[in-house]
Design a protein. Structure first.
Length: 224
C-alpha cells in the first residue's frame, strides 16, 4: 500500500470515529437542553447548531473519501420532494428555535423526485445551513420541475456569494479557496452528489448566482 493510500485509509477511519463521537455529543446536548433555563437553552441551541455544522463537514469529508476511493454509490428511490425539504429543515431545528427566521417553502405536495434520500437531504441541509448563517432575516426554499429536471432552490437576503465562488468550477476542488473561512467545500460536496444522479443522457448539477428574489444568494440543485 502506498503512502497516499495509507493516508486516505487513516483519514476515512478517523473521520468515521469522530462522527461517532460527535453523534454521542449531540445526543448529550439534546438531553441537557431539557433541564435548562430559557437563557441556557439558547446557549445550548447555538452549541447544537455549531456541532451540527461540524457533523455536516465530517459527513462531507467521509463521502468525498468514499468517492475518491471508488467506494461510493447512491441508493435511489422515489420520494415526495416536500419530505426532502422538511428533513433538511429538521436538521436546523435548534437554530430555528433560537432565532426569529422568516423561512418560506414553495413546493407542491404532489411533486416527486428520484434520488438518494440521505445524500440529497444532507446536501440541501448543508446549503440551508449556510443560508441561515449568512442571511439577514429571510430564506426561501422552492422546488419544481424544469426542462426534465427536479429543481430545488434555496435563496436568502444576505450579501450574496463572493465573486471567487461565482467564477469557480464547483466540480473541481483545485479551484476552491482553502485559505479563507468560506472555502466552498459544501458547494463542491453538493455538486459531487448531484453529478452522481443520472438518468439516461442527463446528470445532476448545481448553479449559484446572486439573483435571489430576496436580494441575496441563490443556490439551485438540478436532479434528472
Amino acid at each position: 500500500m502506498s503512502g497516499g493510500e495509507i493516508f486516505s485509509t487513516i483519514l476515512g477511519s478517523t473521520v468515521h470515529d469522530i462522527k461517532t463521537s460527535l453523534g454521542t455529543l449531540l445526543g448529550l446536548i439534546q438531553h441537557l437542553s431539557l433541564s435548562q433555563t430559557p437563557q441556557q437553552q439558547d446557549d445550548i441551541r447555538q452549541l447544537e447548531f455549531e456541532a451540527n455544522r461540524i457533523n455536516h463537514s465530517l459527513m462531507q469529508l467521509l463521502v468525498i473519501y468514499k468517492i475518491d476511493s471508488h467506494k461510493f454509490s447512491l441508493i435511489v428511490d422515489e420520494y415526495p420532494v416536500i419530505d426532502l425539504i422538511n428533513e433538511a429543515k429538521s436538521q436546523q431545528i435548534g437554530f430555528l428555535q433560537q432565532n426569529t427566521v422568516d423561512i418560506r417553502v414553495s413546493c407542491s405536495e404532489e411533486l416527486m423526485g428520484y434520488c438518494d434520500y440521505q445524500q440529497v437531504t444532507n446536501a440541501i441541509g448543508n446549503i440551508l445551513n449556510n443560508a441561515l448563517r449568512y442571511m439577514r432575516q429571510s430564506v426561501l426554499i422552492s422546488a419544481f420541475e424544469e426542462a426534465g429536471y427536479l429543481k430545488i432552490c434555496i435563496e436568502d437576503d444576505g450579501e450574496g456569494y463572493p465573486e471567487r465562488l461565482l467564477n469557480a468550477d464547483l466540480t473541481k476542488p483545485s479551484e476552491l479557496d482553502w485559505v479563507s473561512g468560506n472555502t466552498g467545500l459544501g458547494l463542491y460536496f453538493v455538486a459531487a452528489i448531484a453529478g452522481f444522479h443520472k438518468n439516461r443522457d442527463k446528470a445532476g448539477f448545481v448553479k449559484i448566482d446572486n439573483q435571489s428574489r430576496l436580494g441575496g444568494a441563490r443556490f439551485c440543485l438540478f436532479l434528472p
